[in-house]
Write a protein of this length. Structure first.
Length: 122
């Protein structure tokens, strides 16, 4: 299974701690952006991770210089995690879900389906 997902973007949603982890590999696949933005599509049950500009609204800065030894970047947002939970109420509040996505053709966005995914524990 690992060989099938090597070049796929990956995020992890931790419902218990209200955080989203973006694997470093995902950010490299997106061109090592300085800013990112989360978009949620309730109808399609997807989350998109977009490269952003400093002038965009609701962006998050990636602090590359302070996170040199980490495998992922963590973003804490209770409102975002609760929005995801409202879209997919079958997801367990005490679990962490690893979600594999796909890059858009221009490699400025990674799209993740939150319908059926793999659980894992830390």
């Amino acid at each position: 299974m690992k060989s099938l997902t090597t070049n796929k973007p990956v995020i992890a949603i931790d419902f218990k701690k209200h955080r989203i982890r973006i694997h470093r590999k995902t950010l490299y696949l997106l061109g090592k952006p300085e800013y990112i933005q989360f978009l949620v599509n309730p109808a399609a049950k997807t989350i998109a991770l977009c490269t952003g500009l400093h002038s965009d609204h609701l962006i998050h800065r990636i602090h590359w210089n302070t996170a040199t030894n980490t495998k992922s970047f963590e973003f804490h947002s209770k409102s975002l995690v609760l929005a995801i939970k409202n879209i997919c109420p079958f997801l367990d509040n005490k679990q962490i879900y690893r979600i594999y996505g796909d890059l858009t053709a221009d490699k400025t966005m990674a799209v993740f389906s939150i319908n059926v995914e793999e659980e894992y524990y830390e």
